[in-house]
Design a protein around this ligand. Sequence first.
Ligand code: GLY
Length: 374
Amino acid sequence: MSAGERADVIVIGAGIIGCAVADELGRRGAAVRVLESRAVGGGATQASAGILAPYAEADRPGPLRTLCAESLGLWDDFVARAVADSGRDVLYERTGTLEVVTDEASMRRLERTGRALTAAGVECRLLTAREARAAEPSLGAAVAGALLVPSHGFVGVATLMEALREGGAARHGVSFLTDRPARHVQASSDGEMVVETAAGTLTGDAVVLAAGSWSGGAAGTAGALPVRPVRGQLLQLAWSGRPPARVVWAPSCYVVPWPGGSMLVGATVEEAGFDERATVAGVATLIKAVSGVLPEARNAGFEAVRVGLRPGTPDDLPVVGRSATAPGLVYATGHYRNGVLLAPLTARLVADLVLDGREDPLLAAVSPARFEAA
Ligand code: GLY
């Protein structure tokens, strides 16, 4: 990158959010540069199990559920476009989720959730313990019942990231500048956004800050934004028994059936600052949790543990929208547990805002103003 290079939009961060936003902007004709200090998708994204489950993540109505459900509806097209643009296969399965519980009080809660979802028009089915084990024979005796939500699913995040990177670069002119962290961002007197990097400056009409956990003070732009890292550890196990046919969502873990007989088991939720180590305690917690609902897990081989830092916010909602203090700066961060699920919607909202000046009403709940004003 030479000093003084120009793009229409500069995206800071090449995780799932930055890549989805860059792809959408490029698709709509913008010249986009993506700045990243790691490999593409090398932050929290690489540790995601890719679960697409709005009604499990947001167990009651509210802005998070609205956003996640809206985004779930965009996934078929999002994947189809990524595949068409890149020529790459993307692992994407709408297997449904089976949310299992292990005590009667939780079963009563699940019944209430099931009734509310049905009333809201969401297809779901409550299963007794016997029915749950008939659907998933690997479930253990501790399971007291379950809620099946057929519209849920999962995506192989690594395959998706490869497709977004290649499709964006090949078809939409998106450039990925890795090993080039943004050092500072400011608005010039004529309203242009100026980003300083280790290898010179880049100017653009807009900067999209999609730096995940590193957005809190990233690039000297957003010291006041209260985004914090929330560590998640994710196991990959080599399953020896009959694998579940769908995502299993249990009280203290979730399980994603992976092709080739592996199983992803996630995830811890830890306030550990920027410590990206896997820990014995984290791994042990997940093994205990998964063995409680799928006893066969005790015989599984251990393949890998991955660690990511989710970008958490005080209200667990993302931060998407224009900065009140620098309108050329647009936030797309703080997606906490739902960065993958919310990527297609975030890309659409940001592209509408940056390229067309259109403020979707969905942005009201995720406005940066709720933190910038404080
Ligand atoms: N989306 C699940 C997690 O963050 O663990």
